[in-house]
Design a protein around this ligand. Sequence first.
Ligand SMILES: [Ca+2]
Length: 193
Amino acid sequence: MSFDSGNAYSAGSISSGTDNGSPIYQQYATAHPTRGAGYASLSPGNFYVMGNGMGTPSAFTLACWVRTADGGGSYRGIIHKQSAYSLLTHDNRLGTYAWCGSEASISTQTINDNQWHHIGQTYDGSTFRWYYDGTEVHSYVKCVGTSGSDITVGRGAGTTEDWTGDIDEVAMWTRQLASTEMAELVTSGIGLS
Ligand SMILES: [Ca+2]
């Protein structure tokens, strides 16, 4: 989802989606070398539904740029698949929730400085790794749940877990990107296969 020309939903293996509420499409004052021409602003009630998309693959990567001054006092879903996996914030810190045994893991990395940051989560079938501006900041060993739930961008488990802030270049891969590739996303954009 580049948001460079409105609601562009292509995101790795995901190629369709729908607005829920009224996400606001914004244009950068000057096109950004990595983030392109535009981005989206989300707030409670305004998010995207991506369909089942890539399902629950054995390995995957979730990534996007975000800017927020309010990471939420509890869970806020950024890229979320209910009952499977989620890239989220909790009390303004980057984290995840994996439904195999229903357990969250929250890093110490705060995210509410109102500056653009690239965040990502990779999974190799056993270990989650979080990336912040291209650098690994946290990991934990966990399996994911199997779910047919739609992937949502900007909403977690329900209406109380909507995310507030700007978002751009949402991407997903059905493989674990290497640490070098996660760094490359920050400097070169999402042109990885
Ligand atoms: Ca963009």
